[in-house]
Design a binder for this molecule. Sequence first.
Ligand SMILES: [Zn+2]
Length: 160
Amino acid sequence: MPAEPEPKFVVDRMLGTLTRYLRFMGYDTTSATGLEEGNPKEDTILLDMAVGENRFLLTKDAELARRGGDRAILIAPDEVIAQVRQLIDRGIIRRRLTMSRCSICNTHLREANTCEIEHADYAPKDWRNLSFFWCSRCKKLYWNGSHGKQLEKRIEALRD
Ligand SMILES: [Zn+2]
């Protein structure tokens, strides 16, 4: 049986935290914050991206959700874990934490090399039990335990 295609998202400005969570959960997520601010046509741009790139549009704006029809999802809760839960309950995403995308820019992370770890002054000095990942676009180091542990706990807590 072919695997279900992974859902992709475009997310409005109100949902910045949800955007970061979705990226840590491995979902390809474009944010409205990547667009220039103050464009009166922003809603239309987001709708076009949703259609053109086959993304779900996630929004807190009921009017925008209405315009998006089947492709849009009105995110009701204000709290991010409740927002994630809404998407899980609707069967759109799975509860998982992959640490496979940069939370800032959505780029796929790769394993960091020794040089990259050593040159990041914010990296832990004790590497035991840690895995390091690298965003080659932001030049940013990630490791399980930094953003990971807390997120993992919160996503784990979604189990019922
Ligand atoms: Zn990045």
